[in-house]
Design a protein around this ligand. Structure first.
Ligand code: GSH
Length: 237
């Protein structure tokens, strides 16, 4: 357990990047927790439905029984509630903290959303538009990394910070998507700094422990695609 009377329970699902984000934050803070695997497709637990009645999604972190939802909010909560444990993830300067939150939102709302569209868009036009937006988002993130890291290996400087955890959640899926779709989100030509970051972050012990195995994700994604195609085919009959 986390230490003292703190009890931390994570309702998650191994392949979810949002769950991996919380695992990264807990890992970097050095907090132990109970890992509860939800069956998102077979039936969500009563505890999940009760803990996140609005979205009914993982991750949910239960701290002494009290639920916190939404991965980025959970990471911020962990950083504040356990400020005295392990490194601080968010910058202590309010302005830098605002900048970190801005790019945190950008990672999910723009970078991830357009990357998903480029891979899974319903039509070729949708995919092409997704790719166009992805390239813009990567260029913006590369600029943000240059500015925020100030020549150091991580967004947080010499050690990882909030944006490393936020973007780090996507690392296994970035490698899996490269194997499935043949597209690498960060490459040496378009985004050399993020390309180097990707390797350095993935090599950290905490990242290795928190992030899902890439080949397992590839298998999982292929099975989900096949299941979805079968469901669509049977509904069209
Ligand atoms: N914005 C949410 C996204 C969470 C999310 O999409 N979770 C997915 C798993 S990757 C989920 O629980 N899906 C179940 C469902 O939609 O019913 C966060 O950051 O936590």
């Amino acid at each position: 357990m986390a230490g003292g009377s703190d009890e931390l329970k994570l309702l998650g699902m191994w392949a979810s990047p949002f769950v991996m984000r919380v695992k990264l934050a807990l890992g970097f803070k050095g907090l132990s927790y109970e890992d509860v695997e939800e069956d998102l497709f077979g039936g969500k637990s009563e505890l999940l439905l009760k803990s996140n009645p609005v979205h009914k999604k993982v991750p949910v972190l239960l701290h002494n029984g009290k639920p916190v939802c939404e991965s980025q909010i959970i990471v911020q909560y962990i950083d504040e509630a356990f400020a005295g444990t392990g490194p601080l993830l968010l910058p202590s300067d309010p302005y830098e903290r605002a900048i970190a939150r801005f790019w945190g939102a950008y990672i999910d709302d723009k970078l991830l959303a357009s990357f998903l569209q480029s891979a899974k868009g319903k039509t070729e036009e949708e995919k092409a538009e997704g790719l166009k937006q992805t390239l813009v988002a990567v260029e913006n993130m590369e600029g943000a990394f240059k500015e925020i890291s100030k020549g150091k290996p991580f967004f947080g400087g010499d050690t990882v910070g909030y944006l490393d955890v936020t973007l780090g959640a996507l690392v296994s899926w970035i490698h899996a998507a490269e194997k499935i779709y043949g597209m690498r989100l960060f490459d040496a030509t378009r985004s050399p700094l993020l390309n180097a970051w990707l390797e350095q972050f993935g090599a950290l012990d905490v990242a290795k422990a928190a992030l899902a195995d890439v080949d397992r994700l590839v298998e999982y994604a292929k099975k989900r695609q096949a299941d979805q195609a079968a469901a669509e085919a049977s509904s069209n009959n």
